[in-house]
Write a new protein. Sequence first.
Lengths: 113, 111
Amino acid sequence: GNSVTQMEGPVTLSEEAFLTINCTYTATGYPSLFWYVQYPGEGLQLLLKATKADDKGSNKGFEATYRKETTSFHLEKGSVQVSDSAVYFCALSYGGSQGNLIFGKGTKLSVKP
Amino acid sequence: SQTIHQWPATLVQPVGSPLSLECTVEGTSNPNLYWYRQAAGRGLQLLFYSVGIGQISSEVPQNLSASRPQDRQFILSSKKLLLSDSGFYLCAWSVQGEKLFFGSGTQLSVL
């Protein structure tokens, strides 16, 4: 069946450090892949997405590339800020609607000044 | 602009008691609506989705039910809560083909 595995947290980094949060998936067919973010006290919101192999999603300095050969969608940012502290969820879609998402467990990121 | 309201933010209920969580969306028409749950140590799991009034699809068998009495209202219910129903419940909406928008969630503790 379909599933998403992302690295366990929490992750603690200093400001301006490089960030990688690993995400791998198992799926039948060709799902779309997403990263959602939940800032403290706020709801989940879409950070970026990729709909086909080799697509790169990017937003707010974050990037992730849809790698079909490794079934991965790792999230990266070259220089994190304190304001990036949040919980990050990797997800894939199935069933023809972007609401039918399968999420990973989430990775909590804390960035220290 | 579109907004989604979900309440309450936290809820503590005894085992065997009923449950009703409400979600309403403003600023859009005929959205797809969703209920997700995140149990401790697990990813977000889709429980129910609805593409229209009175139309409910269940993704997993469980002790919960959902209803959509109005276009922009989605209700999650249970007649008798179990300990295993504890978790973080998220309502979400989308317009088909576009991204998903989430509410702020309800932390349910069943004791």
